[in-house]
Design a protein. Sequence first.
Length: 129
Amino acid sequence: MRTEFLLNWISDLEFRRITIGSMNKSEDFNRFSQWVAFGGRLLAENDRDEQRKLIKYNHLIANCLIFYNVCSMTRALHKMRKEGMPINADTLTRLSPYLTGHVNRFGEYRLDLNRQPLPIDYQLPILGF
């Protein structure tokens, strides 16, 4: 199996491009989830079940931030398109949901239970692509 994979890797440029692209996406998520984790790579528990919980909780928070980023970027892209700005497929391929500049990890948080989030339109088209 490994030999076949390596032979395909050597002989097929498109296969290498797809594989490297997939690996980069995985590494980007890992860097993002490490950034989200308050303790960095430290797992303070020596209990395997507790370690799994910490990893799952971290992935949950990372995925929530990714979802928020994607919703915000989608709204912004639709607004830009309505304003007449051209958006092409090349532009979209360069976007990343792993944005961190707007996240206040160590700040003070105020919880307003009366505040309603913006509605999410799950049927928004992807800009004609």
